[in-house]
Write a protein that binds this ligand. Structure first.
Ligand SMILES: C[S@@+](CC[C@H](N)C(=O)[O-])C[C@H]1O[C@@H](n2cnc3c(N)ncnc32)[C@H](O)[C@@H]1O
Length: 344
């Protein structure tokens, strides 16, 4: 897409979303996903007038969502199909529990239209502390994180055989593990695992609530602490950082990785699930990238996966695999005892 066309679409974004919402509601996206489907068929299914539906489908094509094929002058025979699966993508963004809707409740309007002053640090977002401070901030932020856990859980479950050893007890430390939503999802599906969520003491009530509301209260607990001020507890078969390291600069991320390595039992597995710097993650992360311009304490540094691979290699992880999925996972097995000297 050229800059001219992207910006034109952005200018008309609310109309584009109107078209996509309608296409989802009328079952047009589903038909396009199952396609090819002709204009005649779409009109028969929806009761639409052909010359109107033709323009409607052109709107979808303008956004790059639809491919069109016309082999004769008969417009009704033109056939359409999705460029890639649309129903799932549209439901994820437009559905009632989408992360986009969740993020929209934050006070981004505090900086909207004020970016020159924001960039000069003359204006900031006052309603958001990092890490979250007040009980309302903690509940709201951890709720936002939990709202985005489904694709991460999907990736963990798809790769569970590479992460958790089957048929033997496995101790897992999820560092910065939110309110325990991901851990509980894994406990649901993978027997033999017990999970410790390492998070700030302010998240204690939330994690306890989530554990109590699940059938796994005996297998999940919070280990309260500050991962910069404290050493992580040790002896774990699996240690994970999920959407944690990109919140910090390189030096801090290195420090956390080294602490994670030291928390592993010999031969243990470190798992990273990050906002890697891909086009998709940059796009989905756009809200935070924009919003956090007004919050200096949170870095938001999407990095290429290579950064993490290099750091893991420097920490002595000989065997590291990138497992592709809804969220790519880096799975690193430690062959030798983890380094013991804190680096700060
Ligand atoms: C971006 S959230 C990710 C949460 C969760 N891993 C997920 O992906 O849903 C970062 C997490 O790091 C935690 N955190 C931030 N600073 C921390 C610190 N100094 N010590 C321990 N946890 C911290 C936050 O409370 C939050 O749960």
């Amino acid at each position: 897409m050229t800059a001219r066309s992207l910006l034109s679409l952005l200018f008309n974004a609310s109309k584009g979303l109107d078209v996509v919402t309608t296409a989802l509601d009328l079952g047009i996206l589903q038909a396009l996903d199952a396609g090819p489907v002709t204009l005649r068929e779409v009109c028969a299914r929806t009761g639409a007038k052909p010359n109107r539906m033709y323009k409607f489908l052109d709107c979808l094509e303008s956004m790059g969502l639809v491919e069109r094929r016309q082999t004769s002058d008969e417009r009704l025979d033109a056939s359409y199909r999705s460029s890639e699966p649309l129903t799932e993508a549209a439901s994820a963004v437009l559905g009632p529990t989408s992360i986009e809707r969740d993020r929209d409740r934050y006070d981004w309007r505090a900086i909207h239209g004020q970016l020159p002053a924001v960039l000069r640090a003359e204006r900031s977002i006052d309603s958001f502390d990092w890490p979250p401070k007040t009980p309302e901030q903690v509940r709201s932020f951890e709720g936002s994180m939990a709202a985005g856990c489904a694709p991460i859980l999907e990736s963990f479950l798809a790769a569970h055989a590479q992460i958790f050893e089957a048929d033997r007890p496995c101790r897992w430390l999820d560092v910065g593990g939110g309110d325990g939503t991901l851990a509980l999802g894994v406990l649901d599906a993978v027997a033999g695992v017990t999970a410790d969520v390492f998070n700030l003491p302010s998240t204690g009530d939330l994690v306890a609530e989530r554990a109590r509301a699940s059938p796994h209260a005996a297998r999940l607990r919070l280990v309260p602490g500050d991962f910069f001020a404290d050493e992580l507890p040790g002896g774990y078969d699996v240690v994970s950082f999920v959407r944690v390291l990109h919140d910090w600069d390189e030096r801090a991320a290195r420090e956390l990785l080294a602490k994670g390595a030291r928390a592993l039992a010999p031969g243990g597995t470190l798992v990273l699930c990050e906002e890697f710097r891909t086009r998709e993650r940059l796009a989905v992360q756009f809200f935070w990238t924009y919003f956090l311009m007004g919050v200096d304490a949170c870095e938001s540094r999407l990095r290429d996966v290579d950064f993490y691979l290099r750091e893991l290699s420097a920490l002595g992880f000989a065997k590291t695999t990138v497992v592709p999925g809804s969220f790519d996972l880096v799975v690193a097995r430690h062959g030798s005892p983890a380094p013991s000297r804190p680096d700060r």
